[in-house]
Design a protein around this ligand. Structure first.
Ligand code: AMP
Length: 114
């Protein structure tokens, strides 16, 4: 999508700090990290959010989740643990309308999730 921030990052038009990439997904560091490790994992294909993901294959969505686990392993978070978050829509404070997973780790997190 032409005016999508994360599509522009996926296309290399806006710089990012890449952590992982394959044919389908890109993972890069969040510009405003909320934990010592804060990586965003996105599909390269534009998908607005989970409400829009009904048209995506199960394999593509599983691949996205698997990439989050790969990133956690690459970032050394397997032993300590990590959190994967995906905000969807206004109540969840989604600010970028391109499906993404936040991989957060490197500190003990609050017990509350909302
Ligand atoms: P969300 O609020 O769940 O939609 O998450 C969007 C995330 O994108 C936020 O955590 C922002 O800090 C992050 N973000 C916004 N612009 C950039 C950028 N240019 N590079 C990396 N992360 C960004």
């Amino acid at each position: 999508m032409n005016d999508c921030l994360f599509c522009k990052i996926a296309a290399g038009e806006i710089p990012s700090t890449k952590v992982y990439e394959d044919d389908e997904v890109l993972a890069f560091r969040d510009i405003a990290p909320q934990a010592p490790t804060h990586v965003l994992v996105i599909p390269k294909k534009h998908v607005s959010g989970w409400y829009d993901a009904k048209d995506e294959s199960d394999a593509a969505l599983a691949h996205l989740m698997r990439a989050a686990a790969t990133v956690a392993r690459m970032e050394g978070l397997v032993e300590s643990g990590f959190r994967v978050v995906s905000n969807c829509g206004p109540d969840a404070q989604q600010t970028v309308p391109h499906l993404h997973l936040h991989v957060l780790g490197g500190k003990a997190m609050a017990g509350e999730m909302a």
